[in-house]
Design a protein around this ligand. Structure first.
Ligand code: ADP
Length: 424
């Protein structure tokens, strides 16, 4: 999951850059700067040791010098053999290159063999001394501390910088879930700020388009009412017969459609609900009873003895009736009875209406709740209906602070899930 986040990627890039920089500094220090310093020190030391040897350095003076500087001195020659420290190598082993080289730059020993005026040989051993090792430790500690500082700083800065992206992400998710009221804050003037502004404008336009569609439906419905009334009056003057009966049924259907459209609009504006506290179970049983004699029949089950809700019972009856009408309509001759299963889940009352008909493709799961949408127009021709039933169900449920959705996990068949807040 983490490698899918821009935040982690940027943090990783910053870390890699800090590490790269550290490696570059270390490299130039150890391989370019260090050896350069060593070479120039070497020149100085070489001529210094030669000068020292020319003074016929006696043991006492050597001892005194070794106490002052980080140098060990050994003499082997006609005057005998002495050394200022016990662990100094012999002249012979240095000459033959037997002296082990230390790996660390800071504990490295440089050896100089210088002929003494009396024919003997002086061995000088120079080390950088403990001070240099300490400096090295401090340097490493500083580098590590500044790395840690860079990481913390990068985390804080990136976290702040990417905040608009997170807000935008939330906004898009909300829009995807159908909330057209999202307005995102865009405090920055950078690319993210402009993107957020563009997002807000886009949501505004979508909202305006949907409002315009709803207004058009409403206006057309209103305008159709008077010509329809005139048609009904005119019908009364026609002689009885199959033609008049057919026209009367068409007019009645148009009237029903217009009534449903106007009802949709009333529900959308939150008007037209008369809520009372009810038990949902008797309502379900009452509506189901109306379908008992229509195959495949309906079975109602509830896992709770009471389903307390605060609803407009008439509107909820319309919802259940619509769902059961659809389920009956789309059931097959061999179908099992339609199931209505109610339960209390947390603070909600959940009702599932399930049939084993042809079902609805996942891709249309959202769209079936739009006005005038039908999955298969040719199929719906002989099943009647004009695609307003489910959009009315959706509006009624949302007006009750509940919802109706299609359960995508149920195949074959269609399963509609109704939720309502449980009454206290
Ligand atoms: P209609 O009046 O056409 O039934 P609805 O809004 O009630 O309108 O349903 C919209 C569309 O959803 C229907 O045309 C149908 O294609 C599909 N639909 C609804 N319920 C079911 C179901 N139980 N099984 C299969 N398809 C269904």
């Amino acid at each position: 999951m983490l490698h899918h986040s821009v935040f982690t990627k940027l943090l990783a890039i910053m870390l890699a850059m800090a590490l790269g920089l550290l490696a570059l500094v270390s490299f130039s220090f150890f391989y370019l700067l260090g050896p350069g310093i060593h070479r120039s020190m070497d020149l100085v030391l070489r001529s210094y040791t030669r000068d020292l040897a020319a003074t016929r350095l006696p043991f006492a003076a050597a001892k005194e010098l070794s106490a002052r500087a980080h140098v060990g001195i050994r003499y082997e020659g006609p005057a005998g053999t002495w050394a200022t420290a016990e662990n100094l190598p012999t002249v012979e082993s240095v000459r033959r290159g037997f002296v082990p080289r230390n790996f660390s730059v800071f504990s490295r020993r440089n050896h100089y063999l210088v002929p003494a005026p009396d024919g003997g040989t002086y061995l000088f051993e120079w080390t950088l001394g403990p001070g240099m090792g300490d400096a090295h430790d401090t340097l490493v500690a500083w580098l590590l501390a500044s790395m840690a500082g860079v990481i913390v700083l990068a985390y804080v800065v990136l976290h702040r910088l990417l905040r608009p992206l997170r807000t935008l992400n939330d906004g898009v998710a909300q829009l995807g879930a159908g909330n057209l009221e999202v307005v995102l804050p865009h405090p920055t003037r950078d690319e993210f700020g402009r993107l957020t502004e563009a997002f807000n404008r886009m949501v505004g336009r979508v909202r305006a388009m949907i409002d315009a569609r709803d207004r058009l439906l409403l206006d057309v419905s209103h305008e159709l009412r008077s010509p329809l009334t005139r048609l009904k009056v005119a019908l009364e003057f026609l002689p009885d017969g199959p033609q008049r009966a057919g026209m009367a049924s068409d007019v009645a259907e148009m009237e029903r459609m217009i009534a449903e459209l106007l009802e949709l609009e009333r529900l959308r504006s939150g008007r037209g609900l008369q809520k009372t506290r009810r038990d949902l179970l008797p309502i379900l049983q009452e509506v189901a009873a109306q379908f008992q004699n229509t195959p495949p029949g309906v079975q109602v089950r509830s896992s709770a003895a009471e389903l307390p809700v605060e609803v407009d019972a008439d509107k909820i009856r319309v919802v259940i009736r619509n769902l059961l009408e659809n389920a009956t309509k789309y059931s097959l001759p061999q179908s099992r009875p339609i199931e209505v299963v109610a339960a209390q889940e947390g603070g909600a009352i959940v009702v599932r209406v399930t049939d084993d008909g042809p079902g609805i493709p996942d891709s249309e799961a959202e769209r079936v709740f739009e006005p005038f949408f039908r999955v298969d127009r040719s199929r719906s021709k002989n099943t009647g209906g004009y695609g307003l039933g489910l959009s009315l169900c959706k509006r009624v449920m949302q007006a009750h602070e509940g919802d109706v959705v299609l359960d995508l996990a149920r195949h074959p068949g269609a399963s509609f899930v109704l939720t309502l807040p449980k009454a206290r």
